[in-house]
Design a protein around this ligand. Structure first.
Ligand SMILES: [Zn+2]
Length: 109
């Protein structure tokens, strides 16, 4: 995984010690979404990370035009996704359940 994503995931985990991990999803435009994972396997506190866009001169917040056109975070444009576990992760069985719930069967190996 890109070390930049891992840094963001680690920061989210450091913010909330109750999280068991962070799931990330990258779109074809380069934008990413990060969500904390609760011990019950629910996603929470999702945040959007806009990247791959050149900085604007007039200090407007960076907006990805592709994502602005989509009302919601466009999961159908996903090119990469995964989970970064906390330093103290749940057991393998629980991890498998959470992977299945969050990533779907095709990535829950
Ligand atoms: Zn985007």
């Amino acid at each position: 995984m890109n070390p930049e994503y891992e840094t963001i995931c680690r920061r989210i985990l450091a913010d909330d010690r109750d999280l068991v991990g962070v799931t990330y999803r990258k779109l074809d435009c380069g934008c990413m979404q990060f969500c904390g994972i609760s011990p019950q396997g629910a996603t929470l506190g999702c945040r959007h990370h806009v990247s791959g866009q050149p900085p604007t001169r007039n200090l407007e917040p960076l907006v990805c035009l592709k994502c602005r056109k989509d009302d919601e975070f466009a999961v159908e444009r996903t090119v990469d996704k995964g989970i970064v576990w906390a330093a103290n992760p749940p057991g393998p069985e629980v991890q498998a359940q959470i992977r299945l719930k969050i990533l779907g069967p095709e990535d829950a190996d």
